[in-house]
Design a protein around this ligand. Structure first.
Ligand code: FRU
Length: 326
């Protein structure tokens, strides 16, 4: 039974140890704060699959109205999503996918396309050996699988280029170091290293630096956060050659969850835009993101007022809608 007449949205987040997920949480919270009719509950699975299954089961037994989930891995989270659908609670899957089609909607950037964009970037910028190392995200998570799929496909279409080695990382910087050190020790003419996120790309650069190879090799990452040591800063500091923006979609997720709840028309697959960030556009993108961050800070500090003043709420809401283009 619903308490009062608030709409209960349960968000099962995979973990919150990194800045990308911190940003996703803050943007979904801001969106929720602008909607007094919404109660948002965020549970943090701490990268523990069993905990994430239990988190979702709690949302089901508490009868929330909509569940949003970013699944740590695809396969082990599929059954509990299906259980929720069977119980009549719609599920919006974000960022990482489950297996099969038994969910209400998906929202996220196209990860196969991100892999292809990375490969095309390398192909069009290469002047050297054409030898590449790929560093993947955690196995079993769909962005790692899909980024690889697109990347390998496009590299293999070009005879001059070869993926010399694939390192199976786990999305975190530490997972890169030992294997990359031994690969670079044996192979001095690697030209490009594509890492499935910027944290691992930075770690790859640091590893190359210990061998004096950081200027010879070019590094590409994914995420493009506008934070301290985020992808944009790494590009501006000439550590990364480029990064491919992977928007968190936090505010879009809440909006879509409400469309689903209100039975408005929506697409099953909702694809967020991406863009390559390199030295040509890093500054302008940073400026745009700074503006959005400033506006969000203003909105956050006005939260209290928004909750009680309907007029204020409507105009701020339009502002966020405008800003979410960036
Ligand atoms: C954050 C993260 C990002 C990556 C995404 C993939 O936890 O590792 O760096 O792009 O997850 O799901």
């Amino acid at each position: 039974q619903k308490q009062g007449n608030k709409i209960k949205v349960g968000f099962s987040q995979a973990m919150t140890t990194d800045d990308w997920r911190k940003q996703m949480n803050s943007s979904i919270k801001i969106e929720a704060s602008l909607r007094p009719e919404v109660d948002l509950y965020i549970s943090d699975a701490n990268n523990n699959i069993q905990k994430q299954i239990e988190d979702i089961e709690k949302f089901i037994s508490n009868r929330v109205d909509v569940i949003i989930v970013s699944p740590i891995q695809s396969k082990p989270l599929t059954a509990v999503v299906e259980k929720s659908i069977k119980a009549g609670i719609p599920v919006l899957v974000v960022d990482r996918k489950i297996e099969g089609e038994n969910y209400t909607a998906y929202l996220g950037a196209d990860n196969i396309e991100i892999g292809r964009i990375a490969a095309r970037y390398i192909i069009s910028h290469s002047k050297g050996s054409g030898k590449i190392v790929e560093i993947t995200g955690a196995s079993g998570s769909s962005p790692a699988y899909e980024r690889s799929l697109g990347f390998v496909q496009v590299v293999n279409e070009n005879k001059r280029f070869k993926i010399e080695n694939t390192i199976h990382g786990n999305w975190e910087g530490e997972s890169v170091k030992a294997s990359l050190k031994s690969i670079l020790g044996q192979n001095k003419d690697i030209e490009y290293i594509f890492s499935h996120n910027d944290r691992m790309a930075l770690s790859a650069w640091e590893t190359a630096k210990t061998l004096g190879l950081e200027k010879k090799i070019k590094f590409l990452g994914v995420d493009g956060l506008n934070t301290v040591s985020g992808g944009i800063e790494l590009v501006k500091n000439d550590i990364l050659d480029g990064t491919i923006l992977y928007p968190t979609g936090g505010n879009e997720a809440l909006k879509l969850a409400l469309k689903i709840y209100n039975k408005e028309p929506f697409a099953k697959n909702n694809i967020l835009n991406t863009i390559v960030i390199d030295r040509n556009n890093a500054e302008i993108i940073e400026n745009q993101m700074d503006k959005v961050d400033q506006q969000q800070a203003v909105i956050e500090s006005q939260q209290g007022a928004i909750n009680v003043q309907e007029k204020e709420y409507a105009s701020q809401n339009n502002l966020v809608r405008l800003l979410s283009f960036f």
